[in-house]
Design a protein around this ligand. Structure first.
Ligand SMILES: Nc1ncnc2[nH]cnc12
Length: 184
């Protein structure tokens, strides 16, 4: 099997290691955390493609956070919201739902602080993430946001991977293939 994948996002290039995630499938590992240059550039490029009015960006802990931060500032939306993976002691009336993601082999939670839920009720929101793949995390995020009365008006990510590459309801900058593991 190929060991690395050369990714191009506009003027930037990154070499991603190919990592098996099951006995039969592998992904090109795209770790946005720590890559300030790519985060800033991708946020600028995504901002150009968001052409719908919205109140807030919402992202998922953890890899979407720096992207949402940059995108919020670039689009002049000083406040954004983070759906957390666990209930924190400092939350008031947290609202939680179950979630499965392609890169984590156990059931996860998606949690919204009740105070944040009040602020999001009736608002137009855009979900921001680093990679959209199976769409599982995105679907859970949408479910949670609908539950608290927010309207998801757009979804955007830096990359669409595997089954997500044909989605026409997301804005993304490039696609990422998935890989078959040979000798499985
Ligand atoms: N290729 C990938 N790299 C890192 N995180 C991911 N989440 C989903 N696909 C991913």
């Amino acid at each position: 099997m190929q060991k690395e994948y050369e990714l191009t996002i506009g003027k930037l290039k990154r070499t991603l290691p190919i990592i098996p995630i099951t006995d039969t499938a592998a992904i090109a590992s795209f770790v946005l955390l720590g890559d300030a240059e790519l985060t800033h550039y991708a946020a600028k490029e995504l901002a150009k493609r968001i052409n719908i009015p919205f109140d807030y960006l919402v992202t998922l802990e953890s890899k979407g956070i720096p992207l949402a931060q940059e995108l919020s500032l670039i689009t002049h939306h000083p406040r954004y919201f983070v759906l957390r993976k666990s209930v924190k002691a400092y939350m008031r009336n947290p609202i939680a739902i179950g979630m499965r993601s392609i890169t984590t082999d156990y059931h996860q939670k998606l949690v919204l602080d009740g105070c944040d839920a009040e602020k999001l009720r009736g608002k137009r929101v855009i979900i921001v993430d680093d990679v959209i793949s199976t769409g599982g995390s995105l679907a859970s995020a949408e479910h949670l946001l609908k539950k608290v009365g927010a309207q998801v008006v757009q979804r955007c990510s830096i990359l669409a991977e595997g089954p997500a590459v044909n989605r026409d309801d997301c804005v993304f900058l490039n696609t990422l293939p998935m890989f078959a593991v040979k000798n499985a």
